[in-house]
Design a protein around this ligand. Structure first.
Ligand SMILES: [Zn+2]
Length: 197
């Protein structure tokens, strides 16, 4: 596991490798826990996507390791472009806990892929304290064609706000789940753009 941990920090978006990246000194116990949770999410995701969900899932746990909320991407099911897995999970956690500010609960968000531009904002406003993601944006875009948005230096921006981020957790497994989604001919939903017409 140790060889797999990046010594580089604050540069997730720039690193193209399967190594785990983080915006703090890497903690092997956090990586091991995240690997377990994200691998389980990836396996569940295959089934959810067959039921109509987008190929992304997120789960929120409290500091004691209890599951608070778990949701897939439901953009096409709900006809709502905002309903990414992370946004759905945050909304479910806030409703469950009866608050718009999750920070007193010290919650951790685990996502099968790197948060997009919108979810990056959603996480920042929610009070989530730790973020762990699987497949990095460059792989998501390359494999699926989804547009993940523009997020320069977001790990450093999160670090400044006291939010811990780890990425590339179980990356290869997650990439295979995305490839399977594409191979099944599932929908790649995004707005049409002028230059594509
Ligand atoms: Zn998103």
């Amino acid at each position: 596991m140790a060889d797999n941990i990046s010594r580089e920090t604050f540069s997730a978006s720039a690193v193209v490798s399967s190594r785990v990246v983080s915006n703090e000194t890497p903690d092997k116990h956090k990586i091991a826990e995240a690997s377990r949770i994200i691998a389980a999410l990836q396996h569940e995701l295959e089934e959810l996507a067959d039921l109509g969900s987008g190929p992304f899932a997120a789960a929120i746990y409290d500091a004691e390791g209890n599951l608070v909320a778990k949701m897939p991407n439901t953009v096409t099911l709900d006809n709502c472009s905002h309903n990414h897995a992370e946004m759905n999970a945050i909304k479910a956690a806030e409703e469950k806990l009866g608050t718009y500010d999750l920070s007193p609960f010290y919650l951790k968000l685990y996502s099968t892929s790197e948060p997009c531009l919108m979810c990056m904002g959603g996480i920042m406003w929610s009070g989530i304290k730790e973020v762990y993601y699987g497949v990095p944006t460059e792989s998501v875009e390359e494999i699926t064609g989804f547009d993940e948005g523009y997020k320069p230096g977001w790990l450093e921006e999160f670090r400044k706000r006291g939010i811990i981020v780890y990425g590339n957790i179980e990356r290869e497994l997650g990439e295979q789940v995305l490839r399977n989604y594409v191979a099944k001919g599932k929908k790649i939903y995004k707005p049409s753009r002028q230059d594509e017409q």
